[in-house]
Design a protein around this ligand. Structure first.
Ligand code: UDP
Length: 238
């Protein structure tokens, strides 16, 4: 059997990624493709936790510009991530993958509350744990949630699933000369303001030495390649 380089991982799925080409809501083909790819890495014996974003439904900053108090708008964003978490859970279960959703805000009729030890126990039993409701605190992001949960459950890497194949020095969609980075240090990301994750999340990864792999999730097999240690996308580390 193939031996993966990483045994316990966090996959960060942004809301934008889940929306596919439509830009809003959820696209089934994306969810199905993700479920297939997650199934492939579960078969390798990798323990998988997923942090879902909510930007396909609601973003706190955007909401606060419409006259909604920022903290309230952020709680709305956290609720949006729970909608995504539940959708992903059902699609994964349709693919015969055992899952648990844990939320950082208690909503016991809907999901379990996040408890670190319990999350680890699920992972050890081969269940995919989906973390919803971010950190449970306004003014944070789901990128920061991914960094925080990775530190807590001792994940060895964060896989940032994107619709582009890595980190570029400028937007590759508008600039034909955009250069892709194969490898970056955390400090490079912070100093250059590169859009890997927000700065709070990057700092948390740096302080806890958690590598980040940014890769194109639309290409089937990439998740497995990343976990096998193949050089895909952009690797961010120390
Ligand atoms: N959010 C928050 N605290 C958290 C995580 C998320 O307040 O710990 C809110 C915030 O308003 C954010 C929204 O939830 O805009 C959706 O999360 P995010 O923007 O990180 O989603 P993504 O960009 O990954 O889709």
């Amino acid at each position: 059997m193939e031996t993966p380089k990483y045994k316990r991982v966090i996959i960060k799925l942004s809301g934008e990624a889940l929306a596919g080409d439509q830009g809003f809501g959820l696209e089934n083909s994306v969810l199905d493709s993700l479920a297939e790819q997650i199934g492939d890495i579960i078969d390798l014996g990798v323990e998988v936790a997923v942090v879902v974003g909510g930007g396909n439904i609601w973003r706190g900053v955007a909401g606060s510009k419409r006259g909604i108090d920022r903290a309230t708008a952020d709680y709305m964003g956290m609720l949006a991530t729970v909608i995504n978490a539940l959708a992903l859970q059902d699609i994964l279960e349709n693919h015969d993958i055992d899952t648990r959703v844990q939320t950082a805000i208690e909503m016991r009729q809907v999901a379990e509350l996040y408890i670190k030890r319990r999350a680890i126990r699920h992972l050890e039993k081969g269940r995919v744990v989906i973390f919803g409701a971010g950190t449970g605190n306004p003014f944070f992001s789901t990128d920061t949630t991914a960094a925080l949960r990775a530190a807590e459950i001792e994940a060895e890497v964060i896989l940032m699933a994107k619709k582009v194949d890595g980190v570029y020095d400028c937007d590759p969609q508008t600039n034909a000369d955009a250069k892709k980075f194969d490898r970056l240090s955390y400090i490079d990301v912070l100093n250059r303001g590169l859009k890997v994750m927000d700065s709070t999340a990057t700092s948390l990864c740096m302080d806890n030495d958690i590598p980040i792999i940014v890769f194109n999730m639309m290409e089937r097999g990439n998740m497995k390649r990343a976990l096998m240690g193949e050089p895909i996308g952009t690797y961010v580390g120390s």
